[in-house]
Ligand binder design. Structure first.
Ligand SMILES: Nc1ncnc2c1ncn2[C@@H]1O[C@H](COP(=O)(O)OP(=O)(O)OP(=O)(O)O)[C@@H](O)[C@H]1O
Ligand SMILES: O=C(O)C1=C[C@@H](O)[C@@H](O)[C@H](O)C1
Ligand SMILES: [Mg+2]
Length: 173
């Protein structure tokens, strides 16, 4: 089973992918984690040393590798915004699940993790990040096979809802 999680930064893609991978006993890849595996640098370190444009090139390369591997994939928040990446995900043999969060859920999660974790949050601040979230919303919706509202739900509840919705989509095929 191939599942790709998309959504804004802090919506819970990595968290839900971990829970999903444990429950289904399927291999999981995380595009942000692949940066660390391949370069030895965390996302903030990579942005600091090479900047966002180089990060986006590496992200596309990692996306191609991960989609070819299959299994569960958590993308970065900005991954589907590049037209090439959108097309790669759309054409891959994977169910695409959008984790949709309200602004205050994102704010809560990002502040909890701290500004050092996410370079764009550090650059843009809360107001800028919420504006970016609104700009990206339609692209996530257009790419999704399934949309899950994640607010006030535990990762386990989100996994259960996700599996139910995916089986509905598959039975309608
Ligand atoms: N359903 C949830 N309930 C409570 N806390 C959550 C939930 N989902 C995520 N979190 C918390 O929110 C923070 C961000 O989650 P996570 O790193 O999974 O987001 P992400 O979508 O992978 O972000 P990014 O796009 O930056 O990779 C983490 O601290 C995580 O523990
Ligand atoms: O939303 C974004 O553009 C990003 C989200 C993170 O997952 C990382 O990929 C990086 O911090 C950029
Ligand atoms: Mg993540």
């Amino acid at each position: 089973m191939n599942i790709t999680l998309i959504g804004f930064m802090g919506s819970g893609k990595t968290t839900v992918a971990n829970a999903l991978s444990q429950q289904l006993e399927i291999e999981q890849n995380d595009l942000d984690e692949m940066v660390l595996q391949r370069t030895g640098l965390t996302i903030p370190e990579y942005f600091e040393q090479y900047g966002e444009a180089k990060f986006r090139k590496l992200e596309m390369d990692n996306l191609q590798l991960a989609l070819a591997t299959g299994g569960i994939l958590s993308t970065g928040g900005g991954t589907p915004m590049q037209a090439n990446n959108f097309k790669l995900i759309q054409e891959a043999n994977t169910a695409t699940v959008f984790l949709n969060a309200q602004d205050n859920t994102i704010t809560h999660h990002l502040i909890h993790d701290g500004i050092e974790e996410r370079p764009l949050f550090k650059q843009l601040g809360i107001d800028g990040i919420i504006k970016l979230k609104h700009e990206r919303q339609l692209t996530y919706e257009q790419l999704a096979d399934v949309i899950i509202d994640v607010d006030h739900k535990s990762p386990e509840l989100i996994v259960n809802e996700l599996m139910e919705k995916l089986s509905e989509v598959n039975s309608n095929d």
